[in-house]
Each structure stands twice: as structure tokens, then as C-alpha cells.
Design a protein around this ligand. Structure first.
Ligand SMILES: [Ca+2]
Ligand SMILES: [Ca+2]
Length: 277
């Protein structure tokens, strides 16, 4: 049973007596232990029927696939009298492995490791057994990512080889948990129009057919841009306030909230004003 996700790997090897006691405990404390057991069982069996390989085979009928066929009567067996030997399964895709359950034949391993690998070549230990006693070894609370899982027998418990009726690898295939999409840059918005005009100051009015100044201002106002760029003279040569009022104020000045006039050249020279001379 897995009490929490961060607990170190645990292996249970129930003897007959322990199995009986365990059954009693389950009956007594069923409500307490069933919930975490169900949570652990939620991870699916990933290894059933998947391609399997091994370092050796004792004989015909004991091929690696026999340990992943779901049949409790068939088994894999390695060559007798040899250490180390291994049995490996290809899950077909990367996965997060949380549990590995081994069912040993009489030819069990006294020491072995359960290992995981992304490529079937470089291995990382998931669980290590240093005092194996055969039977069932149920490793839970495991935490490892990879596509390949193997049992590496390092010391035989008998003069024979290594033999496993079943190896069950449980976990979650990678990619089944939705990933947070990367932040996207919003598409550009707020396209705008700009009117640029130069030398917008002229001493004439719309009544004059030859005067472009008020016509240009009217056209610019009809375009109704986001803003205006005025270049060159925005003011009359002598900067008379009267000229400003007579001409500019009646054209560009009509929409100065958008033209936003600011002081520029000629702005302080008004021969008719207090700064004359
Ligand atoms: Ca055991
Ligand atoms: Ca089998």
C-alpha cells in the first residue's frame, strides 16, 4: 500500500502467516487502508503483452514474454548458474512508473534491482533488494520515468537461475496529463492612421481658391487620424496673434485637440504684442 507519494519504495513479501495476518488487518482496518490501496491501483498496468528481452533463456518455453503474458503458470527463466542476469520490458512509450510487482518462481533472486531507462541502455535504479526471499515482491511508491523497465538479478537465491512467473509494471503514460500551454503573445491590435503635414501656416482663407492651407486642414480632419505630425512652420512668420486667430484658428486650430500644437519656431515674436522689438 502506498501511504503517500513521497514515501520511499516499499516491498512486501508476505509469507503465508503474514498473508493471513494481513487479511485480518484488512478486515479490521478496511476503511483505513482501502482508500490508499485504491489510489495506488488507479495507475494502469503498462507492461502486459509488451515486447520483452532478457540476458539469457534457460530453454524453449521460458522466453521473456512469458513473464508479461498475464498467465500465472508460465514463466521466464534465465540460464542456470549464472549471475548477473536480467529481464527487460519495453513499455512502448515513456511513462512515470509507480509500482512494479514481481512473482518469483522457486528460482528467486537474493539480491536484485528494478531499474528504469529511457533508451534501454542507460539504467537508473527504481528499487533495490538486498535480502530477497522469493514469492511476491510488490514494490510500491516508486518514482521514475522511462520507457524500459528491467529486473537485474545480481545474486541467485538457489543454484538455478532466475525465474519470474510475472512482472507487472504500473504507472502513468507520459502525455496523459494535460500540460499548460505556453503563454501566447496576443495578436497586434490598435492599428491607427497618422496624418503628416508640413508648413501648415499660410495667411489665406478657404475663400481663396489658390490657398491650399485650409483645404489641407479640412482633408486632414476628414481622415480623422489618431494623431497628426506637423513638420516645418506651424506658425506665421511674424507670429502675430491676429494672424494666428485669422488663419490657423479657423483651420488646423479647429481640431487642435488632436494636432496638439506646442511652442515651436516663431512662437514669441509678435510685432504687435508686448514682446515687439
Ligand atoms: Ca518476496
Ligand atoms: Ca506468466
Amino acid at each position: 500500500m502506498r501511504l503517500n507519494a513521497s514515501a520511499p519504495p516499499r516491498r512486501t513479501t508476505p509469507s503465508l502467516l503474514l498473508a493471513v495476518l494481513g487479511a485480518v488487518l484488512l478486515l479490521v482496518g478496511g476503511l483505513l487502508v482501502l482508500a490508499p490501496d485504491r489510489a495506488a491501483a488507479a495507475d494502469p498496468l503498462l507492461s502486459r503483452g509488451k515486447p520483452a528481452t532478457s540476458s539469457s533463456v534457460e530453454d524453449t518455453g521460458y522466453e521473456p514474454a512469458r513473464a508479461f503474458d498475464g498467465d500465472p503458470a508460465t514463466r521466464w527463466a534465465s540460464a542456470e548458474g549464472s549471475d548477473p542476469e536480467w529481464l527487460s520490458v519495453d513499455l512502448g512509450a515513456p511513462a512515470s512508473v509507480s509500482r512494479v510487482r514481481l512473482k518469483w518462481e522457486a528460482a528467486y533472486a537474493k539480491t536484485y534491482r528494478v531499474e528504469i531507462s529511457a533508451d534501454g541502455t542507460s539504467w537508473t535504479p527504481l528499487a533495490t533488494e538486498s535480502a530477497g526471499n522469493g514469492g511476491t515482491d510488490d514494490w510500491t511508491g516508486l518514482s521514475g520515468k522511462g520507457r524500459h523497465v528491467r529486473v537485474l538479478g545480481t545474486t541467485r537465491g538457489t543454484p538455478y537461475g532466475y525465474s519470474l512467473y510475472e512482472v507487472e509494471v504500473y504507472g502513468t503514460p507520459d502525455g496523459t496529463t494535460p500540460t499548460t500551454p505556453p503563454p501566447t503573445t496576443p495578436p497586434p491590435t490598435g492599428a491607427f492612421t497618422v496624418v503628416a503635414a508640413g508648413d501648415i501656416a499660410a495667411e489665406c482663407t478657404a475663400s481663396s481658391s489658390s490657398c491650399a492651407h485650409p483645404k489641407t486642414a479640412a482633408q486632414a480632419q476628414r481622415i480623422n487620424p489618431a494623431f497628426y505630425l506637423t513638420m516645418g512652420d506651424n506658425q506665421y512668420d511674424d507670429a502675430r496673434l491676429s494672424d494666428y486667430r485669422n488663419y490657423y484658428d479657423k483651420s488646423w486650430g479647429a481640431f487642435k485637440a488632436k494636432t496638439r500644437p506646442v511652442p515651436g519656431n516663431h512662437e514669441t515674436y509678435d510685432p504687435a504684442g508686448p514682446l515687439a522689438g
